[in-house]
Design a binder for this molecule. Structure first.
Ligand code: NAP
Length: 549
């Protein structure tokens, strides 16, 4: 299991002394979509860059999340790179929502198409890095003691890359197989004849449960919080839609960049509030979007994310759907969520609720029957022992900060990132951290990543960062560092924006609420176009909020 404990490989002694000039311009950590595009851009700008990647291959989240049913929740035509017209014309997605294997093929295609593979060192995990005041760059080292010196350190390790493995009492005694959706084995797992338990009903649980149910002898789903799932209506990609998008792909991308989430221009939100129409019209409008499928349901009205009363109407609509779908009324009631819809990321499903009509599938409501402990044969919840051969943890991630906080990062004066982020992840523009010059963290706290189409967010941040680095280089400047005032104001802004929405009204991973002891701070910024404007404005104002030296 990756990232289950904080363990620092210490900096080799010989490192303690500054080396005068960094040998790399950029050290990039991670070969997911962000790392790949960073390397592409760096090379085009003539920067010397190296990527290190802990896994044996590219793809980031799509490398690790191989669980059955894993697929993207944003339409494939949108969830793909837009930086190269020939790439987006040549690549053909087979399904409306691509599955993990196709996404991984795409990541490998991008890698080889642009000749990036030789710039990536696999099976190499960054253990730590220290800002070297004399060299004005970063000294970095791996868990095996390899070292690099680079002017800039670019963390592209992903916002959802450290699995959350809850510490259930007695789990170590369980004799069956334990799998985590975010660390799934490469070989297909055979559930035939197995008694399987799945803990967790977020996106990973919702996608895997229907597929596992088809194979398992018995599937028991352990649900702590009921989830809202909207139908994907997945299927082969419509050739007419593909042709229409490809006829003007740049225009399509540009329209998506104007959307709050950086996607969804095919079904833009209705620009009127939920209470401005009659109940019958409202039902029709919700219904029309339910028939289309995907996240568009939340665009049925323009105030569903802002107004709790309007939000409740959308929640009621989905609860009615659940009650119509699930035959057993007790199970249906337990599956009905009570928190605001959209407050936790909406799940896009294929057959999730109908799965509970299968005779081999059982739901355990952990609100009523909490997990007490594991035994060698299974787990005890609410006084009942559930015998299991295989346990699937679909328990999510230590999101947005977990991966960075497992690194031994030290900025000016040796201040650690753990100290810096003790009360929450201070950052400026979702990229920079005061006291940590020349470090950019991609799609992390303060970025729009988690509430957008992450590829759109990645392309924007990579362009901004690499343009900035090229600009500094052309002006003979060596460092860029956020000011403490700018980051305080920025984090306050992110939370002010969130406070205007329903995002603070549930225990989501956006708030760090899924991890015991994590500071409760809303981490992603809602609203992609305003974020782009802010980043542009910062440049226009001569990198306002940064000190350049
Ligand atoms: P998640 O949304 O955080 O869901 C984790 C689930 O595990 C929740 O139901 C949670 O319950 C439960 N859980 C956690 N700790 C538990 C404990 N100690 N006891 C019992 N239950 C526990 O994680 P995820 O499903 O992996 O998804 C995370 C994010 O990854 C998604 O929101 C999405 O952004 C991304 N993702 C996307 C896709 C896709 O469709 N493309 C697929 C998978 C993931 P609580 O709700 O009560 O905390």
């Amino acid at each position: 299991m990756r990232g289950s404990a904080v363990h620092f490989a210490t900096m080799p002694d010989t490192q303690a002394h500054a080396t005068p000039a960094p040998t790399l311009d950029l050290l990039i950590v991670g070969a997911g979509f962000a790392g790949l595009y960073l390397l592409y851009r760096a090379r085009r700008l003539g920067l010397k860059a190296r990527v290190i990647e802990a896994a044996a291959g590219v793809g980031g989240t799509w490398y690790h999340n191989r669980y059955p049913g894993a697929r993207v929740d944003i339409q494939s035509l949108e969830y793909s790179f837009g930086f190269d017209e020939a790439l987006q014309q040549d690549w053909h997605w087979s399904e409306r929502y691509a599955a993990q294997a196709e996404l991984l093929r795409y990541a490998n295609h991008v890698t080889d198409r642009f000749g990036l593979r030789d710039g990536i060192q696999f099976n190499t995990r960054l253990a730590g890095a220290q800002f070297d005041e004399a060299a004005q760059g970063w000294q970095a080292w791996s868990d095996r003691g390899e070292r690099w010196s680079a002017r800039f350190l670019l963390l592209a390790a992903g916002p959802l890359s450290t699995p959350n493995q809850p510490d259930f009492p007695g789990l170590a005694d369980f004799k069956g197989r334990v799998l985590h959706t975010a660390g799934w084995p490469e070989q297909a797992v055979d559930f035939n004849g197995h008694r399987v338990g799945v803990i967790g009903t977020g996106s990973s649980g919702v996608q895997s449960i229907p597929v596992i149910a088809e194979q398992a002898a018995v599937l028991t789903v352990f649900q702590r919080t009921a989830t809202y799932a909207v139908p994907a209506h997945n299927g082969p990609l419509d050739p007419e839609l593909e042709a229409a998008v490809k006829a003007d792909y740049p225009g399509f991308r540009a329209r998506n960049r104007k959307m709050m989430g950086g996607f969804g221009s095919m079904l833009p939100p209705n620009m009127f509030p939920a209470h401005s129409v009659s109940p019958e019209q409202r039902e029709e409008l919700f219904e029309a979007r339910w028939r289309v499928g995907g996240f568009g349901l939340l665009g049925a009205f323009n105030d569903l994310i802002l107004n709790p009363q309007s939000n409740e109407l959308a929640g009621d609509f989905v609860r009615r759907k659940i009650r119509q779908t699930v035959h057993d009324p007790v199970t249906a009631e337990a599956l009905c969520p009570t928190h605001p819809i959209g407050c936790k990321r909406l799940c896009v499903d294929t057959g999730y609720y109908t799965t509970f009509n299968r005779p081999n599938v059982h739901l355990v409501d952990l609100q009523k029957a909490p997990i007490e402990h594991f035994t060698p044969q299974g787990l005890v919840a609410g006084g009942v022992e559930h015998r299991l051969d295989t346990l699937v943890l679909a328990t999510g991630f230590d999101a947005m900060t977990g991966t960075v906080l497992r690194m031994d990062l030290r900025g000016r004066g040796g201040v650690s990132i753990q100290d810096k982020w003790r009360a929450g992840p201070l950052n400026y523009l979702g990229m920079a951290v005061a006291g940590f010059p020349n470090l950019f963290n991609l799609v992390g706290p303060g970025s729009t990543s988690a509430v957008t189409n992450v590829i759109v967010a990645i392309e924007h941040q990579v362009n901004w960062i690499t343009d900035c680095i090229a600009d500094l280089r052309s002006r003979g400047l060596r460092t860029i560092e956020a000011t403490a005032e700018a980051e305080q104001a920025y984090v306050a802004h992110v939370n002010t924006v969130a406070a205007r929405t329903i995002y603070l009204n549930c225990n989501s991973w956006y708030l760090g609420a899924n991890i015991a002891g994590k500071p409760r701070i809303f981490m992603p910024l809602f609203g992609f176009p305003a974020y782009v404007d802010k980043c542009d404005d910062v440049v226009r104002q001569g990198y306002e909020g940064f000190v350049l030296a």
